[in-house]
Design a protein around this ligand. Structure first.
Ligand SMILES: CC(C)(COP(=O)(O)OP(=O)(O)OC[C@H]1O[C@@H](n2cnc3c(N)ncnc32)[C@H](O)[C@@H]1OP(=O)(O)O)[C@@H](O)C(=O)NCCC(=O)NCCS
Length: 196
């Protein structure tokens, strides 16, 4: 079982609660956030966030998806979400969004690095892949900072339109090289934390 709470540099990860629903609707419902993702609806309908949060526990129990709320470290207020899907998947082992007021503070990178640690050190996966719209430079940069190499580009449907995607991946060996790196600040530190 994966930890319920993690500390990863500037952010903390925890399970969602029903009380997060209004912040999900507010932050993920912004066009600039929803539009880059495959699944977040826009406009974000009332009730959809609570319904989404209600799916997390059974997905965790089945091991199909582990979704974490992202908060600033030491805070409980939701600023984003990240999900790890360990099952066989063509190009999506994880997906992430951060609310717009919190962009460009290194939060997605820290959360993604924590997810990579969970995948390789807790779930024993051999490889993680993820994709992003080629025009989504911030997402590409987050993955680069996580040492996820470009595997290929491909055109796929995105919200009803053909779009170019970059598929990136990192293997267990690749990760071991990052973790073994001597470069200061390279090694992501992730700690399990107790319930507040
Ligand atoms: C993509 C997203 C998760 C990034 O979150 P974030 O917390 O701002 O990411 P970080 O701060 O960790 O890193 C962002 C990096 O992208 C860079 N960046 C941001 N906008 C950029 C742009 N337009 N062009 C190039 N680089 C850009 C930042 O400078 C930073 O890199 P740096 O640390 O080298 O300076 C966030 O923008 C988001 O939620 N977008 C909408 C949803 C989405 O796209 N999700 C991903 C789907 S695959």
């Amino acid at each position: 079982m994966l930890p319920e709470r993690l500390l990863a540099g500037p952010v903390a990860l925890r399970h969602f609660t029903a009380a997060d629903a209004p912040r999900v609707q507010l932050l993920a419902g912004e066009r600039e956030v929803a539009e880059s993702t495959a699944l977040i609806p826009h406009p974000y309908p009332d009730g959809a966030a609570a319904a989404w949060i209600a799916t997390h526990e059974s997905a965790r129990a089945k091991g199909t998806e582990f979704t974490y709320a992202i908060t600033e470290s030491g805070e409980d207020v939701l600023i984003g979400a990240i999900g790890l899907r360990p099952g066989p998947s063509e190009h999506e082992s994880f997906g992430c969004w951060i609310g717009r007021p919190y962009w460009n503070r290194g939060y997605a990178t820290a959360a993604a690095q924590a997810i990579i640690v969970l995948a390789f050190e807790w779930l024993d996966l051999d490889e993680l892949t993820a994709s992003h719209l080629a025009r989504n430079a911030a997402s590409g940069r987050v993955m680069e900072k996580c040492e996820m190499r470009l595997l290929r580009t491909e055109t796929r449907d995105h919200r009803g339109m053909p779009e170019e995607f970059c598929v990136r991946g990192i293997t267990r060996e690749g990760w071991a090289r990052v973790v073994g790196s001597d470069a200061p600040g390279q090694r992501p530190r992730v700690a399990e934390t107790a319930k507040r």
